[in-house]
Design a protein around this ligand. Structure first.
Ligand SMILES: O=C1O[C@H](COP(=O)(O)O)[C@@H](O)[C@H](O)[C@H]1O
Length: 259
């Protein structure tokens, strides 16, 4: 599979997290509107960690967004019950789903009965994806309208960790991991081909704690997981606050933009 970015990576910078949330609201609302006009639904995958709160802060109050046509998946999920404090679903529910009208049947969670069997849970998640995404011979992967990603201090994204064999998974849509270096150890995750077939992929990173990693990811070519996100034909954007962006220097990324 050719891995190249369709266009230049866009980096949107914001003075602080509230401004970043405002920018995310503008971006997501626009993509949601475009997708619903185009094909009647907005298919979006959401990460866990710091992202749900940053995403929802403004978006949850945006009455112009047609949440009734959102179809939500998780970019990755921890193999814990849905009401467990480590659950990415619980976080997204608390921050966003409890405040907007996404039909419950449109929110695709890990099967609560399969959390003790990551392999089965990943298989079930593939079955759920197959109900939403009709694939063609030319494109054998789900094509999300938007995938929202975070990045860890080690450069991981989703549950794709540096040096892990899952980085080489190029066939399956959703994989399981039982040795995640970041707890909890058992997780399921979308794979790179799914990430790289999306119409739009956006990373969200904030805070000085992400400075060094963003400098490494964006200024020095490499093969860290977040650097392997290279949409085949889609767009790649970064939403970062000034603290996280402080050390980015590369000419390639000099066009830091304000939305
Ligand atoms: O474990 C995870 O970590 C990453 C990064 O989280 P952050 O708190 O550093 O933003 C997150 O994107 C992923 O969904 C989650 O499972």
């Amino acid at each position: 599979m050719p891995l190249h970015a369709a266009g230049p990576t866009q980096i949107f910078t914001f003075p602080d997290v509230p401004a970043l949330s405002q920018g995310l609201d503008t971006y997501v609302a626009k993509l949601s509107d475009e997708a619903i006009r185009r094909h009647g639904k907005f298919t979006v995958a959401i990460s866990g960690g710091s992202l749900p709160k940053q995403l929802a802060a403004v978006l949850k109050h945006n009455k112009s967004v047609d949440f009734s046509n959102w179809i939500v998946y998780f970019a990755d999920e921890r193999c814990v019950p849905l009401d467990h404090e480590d659950s990415n679903y619980l976080l997204a529910k608390t921050e966003l789903f409890d405040h907007v009208d996404i039909p419950q049947e449109n929110i695709h969670t890990i099967d609560n009965d399969l959390v003790s069997d990551p392999e089965e849970a990943a298989e079930d998640y593939i079955s759920q994806l197959a109900k939403t995404f009709a694939t063609k011979d030319s494109v054998r992967f789900p094509v999300f309208d938007l995938i929202l990603l975070g990045v860890g201090p080690d450069g991981h994204t989703c549950s794709l960790f540096p040096g892990h064999p899952l980085l080489k998974e190029m066939t399956s849509w959703c994989a399981y991991i039982t040795d995640s270096p970041k707890p909890p150890s058992e997780r399921i995750t979308l794979t790179f081909p799914v990430l790289n077939h999306a119409h739009h992929v956006a990373f969200v990173a904030a805070g000085a704690g992400k400075q060094d990693m963003l400098h490494q990811l964006l200024d020095a070519p490499g093969h860290l997981p977040a650097q392997m996100v290279k949409p085949v034909t889609g767009t790649l954007s970064w939403f970062v606050d000034d603290a996280a962006a402080a050390k980015i220097t590369s000419a390639t990324y000099k066009g830091l933009e304000r939305l």
